[in-house]
Structure formats: C-alpha cells, structure tokens
Design a protein around this ligand. Sequence first.
Ligand code: 3UK
Length: 504
Amino acid sequence: ALQFGPRLNAATELLDRWVAQGQGDRPCVQGAGVKWSYADLQAEANRIANVLVNELGVVPGNRVLLRGANTPQLAACWFAVIKAGAIAVATMPLLRAVELGKVIAKAEVSHALCDAALADELAAAQQQNPVLRGICLFRSGEPDGLEARAARHPASFTNVDTASDDCALIAFTSGTTGQPKGTMHFHRDIIAICRCWPPHSLRAEASDVFIGSPPLAFTFGLGGLLLFPMSVGASTVLLEKAAPELLLKAIVEHRATVCFTAPTSYRAMAPLVAQHDIASLRKCVSAGEALPAATRALWKEKTGIELLDGIGATELLHIFISHTEATARPGATGKPVPGYRACILDDAGRALPPGQIGHLAVKGPTGCRYLADGRQRQYVHDGWNLTGDAYLVDADGYYVYQARTDDMIISGGYNIAGPEVEAALLSHPAVAECAVIGVPDAERGQLVKAFVVLREGHAGDAKALQEHVKASIAPYKYPRAIEFRSSLPRTETGKLQRFKLRET
Ligand code: 3UK
C-alpha cells in the first residue's frame, strides 16, 4: 500500500478522486460561514489555482506562503498550491513580522495567500524580504481580493503532473527553542501518512465529522483536520478559534465524532464536559506533548472515551508511535505504527535493551529533510531519524516517553525526567497544569523545580504536593521547589515552553 508510481499529485488523490467517483456531493469542509462539499472545495481550489498560475505567475516548485486561522478558505488555498505543483509553506497565525521574515528568507517564498485578518505582519515582513513578490489576500471582501479574482476564472484546472517525490510542502517546526527549521515533504509523504496511522489507530469512516484545535500550519492539524478526513471521504470542521470551551461548544453544534487536540486542552475541557452534550464524540486524539496517565484517566472518567495518544514530529510529518483504544497503556505512547520501525540508542548509537533510557530513533516511509541546513546530520543517522526524545521500551514492547533529551534533569547524580514528575503532580486533585524543570543548584548540580497552576477552589499547599509525588514515584524525584503560577508558557501547538521557565 506504500508503493507509489513515479507520478503523483496529492490533491488528485485526496480531493479530485471523490468527485471523479461521483461522490462530489458529500460534505467536506465547513467553518468561517461556509459549508462545502467535495465538489465545492474542488471548484474553489481550481479557481484559486488558476489565479496562482495565470495571474500571479506561479510555476511548479515556487514556494507559496499560506497564512490564516483554520478556515475552509485556507484549505482551498492549500489545495490550490498543491494542484499548481507549487510548494505550500503554511505559517502559524501568531507569527510576527520578524519570524515571518525568517520563513520567507529560508524557504525562498515568492508568493503568499493570506487571510486579510493577518495581513499586517506579512506586509511588514515583505518590506524586509523583497524575494516575496506577490501577496494576495483572501476574506478581504475587496474587489482585488482572492475570491473576486477567483470568481473570474473557470472552476476546472488540470493538476500539474508532479513526481511522487516532488516537494509538496515545507513545514516549519514549532520550535520549543531557537530558530525555526524548515522540513521538506513530498507528494508521496502526504499520502503515506494517510495510509499508515489513520487506518491502524484512528479507523475513521466516511460518516465521521472531524474537529479540533491544531492550526493547519502545524502538521498535526494538517493531517488530523484536513488530510485524514479527506482520505476517507469524511467531513471536517475548521475553527478559527478553538480554546477549550469553544471547542466543546463546536463539538456540540456540529455533532463532531473525531477530535484532535493537545493534552492540555483535554485537561481544560474535562471539568466542562458535564455542561455540554458531546454524546456524538467517539474518538479523541492527543499529540504534541506526552499524555500523562492522569489525563487519560480524567478524560475517560468524564466522557467514557479512551484517548488515542501518538507521538509525531514535523520532521516525520505525522504520528509514528501510537496504539488503538484496545491496546492503550496508561503512561506509554504505544508501539511503532505499521510501516515505521523504532529503536532506542545509547549516546554512541548502539541499540539498548528494554528498560533502558536512550535516544528514540525512527525509520519509515516519511523522514526528515531539512531545508539547506547543517542540522540534517544531527537528526538523520543512516536513515534513522533521531527525534531528540528520551524513551525506553518496556518488556512488552511499549514505548514509554521520558523527556526531550535536553530537558532531562540531573540532580544529585540521578537522571530525572521532568514529565514523569509532572504526571505524578497531575494525579493530585489540586493540580490543573504543571511544568517541571531543573534549576542550577550548588549542591545537587540541578534541583527539581515545579511550576504549578491550581484547579479552581484549591489552595497552594507545597508540602502536600511534595508528599503526593514521593508517594507516587521514586521519592528522590520529588520537586524540592514549587512555585505557584496562574498560567504556564505554551506554544500555539500546546507545548510547554520549559526554556522560558528556565530563563526566569
Ligand atoms: C513531542 C510528544 C510525547 C516530542 C506533531 C503529531 O508535535 C508534533 O510535532 P513537533 O515538531 O514536535 C515534535 C516533538 O513533540 N511530542 C509530540 N507528540 C508527543 N511527546 N508524546 C506525544 N504523543 O518531543 C516530539 O519529538 O511540533 C505531533 C503529529 C504531527 C506533529 N508534527
């Protein structure tokens, strides 16, 4: 199923196929005031592709920046770029001009399709980066806006006959630290991720309604909220805003059946579930960060649903270790997704036996291709992708997350994985959110420090939390310092920014 012919255009496979098979009337994508069938999305994407090629002068291989909150219009732009044989460079909505400028320069972006609501920062970035020749705005309502231009073009377009290993998208890492890194993915990679994890773990059907929070600029969102539903002929709801309570309301309104979001969002939704009729929901996917056993238990208690956890990475495009509802194991990520292999390596690159913590290495149909960047040799060794995560394999072959390799804490000679301490803290009823880091300490090298956000109605009792951790996991791991906060720094993708806590 993972063999591809020499020619492949991902838009033909995911979008045009349904119309060609007479299924064009099926609901496809809704949000931002529109509700489109597969035929509607195809027509929109075709018209925009005609604008790209005939008005903006886009040729195959050009890099087209996409910018906007999650909307059907953004999805149409994405498919238009793929159809035109150009390369989609989707950007996170919160990026500012300086960061956009880096993306434009690194990816040599020549054109941009941008939601009018987010035009200012892009215009500022263009001033510093004239390599970006043309910006066309959508949802502007203006006579020279994308929709008005598109309406003057036919609803048909012959997809560019791309090679299966032509680059289709450049995804930038969300960057928990440092500089954004661009990763290239081919047309066949887009189809490969639809054939690996979803049929194995998700097993969605054409009648499913997908919903969730991750931006389409994050490959977790691109797959979960656009590619995966379309690969099975299902429909998807794209939300411009998907904070926990809004997401719950939208699940109710759209009778959504499949939800994609991050662990922190499940924790925030859990106490609100009782006030919302989310009986339609049948599958919930968690990724982006480790899923603590307490969060899995909490969500199951409130909804009856066993969360599907999966580790993915921008470098590998999507999820490569996961499980099914039946094989979920609290505290473990799961086993390699069929098509992928994984192993744990020591610092010298030798395979480690079960039970020992080392570097996670992954090989499969997708893999890391950094844009001209010396980092390629750090991430890929002999075809194995080193994700930067510390993991162990248990006796049953389950992969158990420890920490980002550079987040491991060394205190008093012990290696301590912050996320394990976080998971222990999260099983205490007073803890809503927490982050554990190592802080410099003259005596112990590093000291385990926890930042804790309390649940409503609970008082901050550091001693009680410390005792709770000592009773849950090896006592030497307990946080010797605890600071209470009203919130924690997170990326737009729901990841804790531990480096920001270390800076303070
Ligand atoms: C961490 C996880 C434990 C891990 C992503 C699903 O997160 C995604 O991509 P990024 O490039 O970050 C990759 C890193 O995030 N991580 C992600 N999921 C898990 N750690 N358990 C998890 N379930 O450190 C990994 O190396 O932002 C996730 C699909 C597509 C993605 N791009």
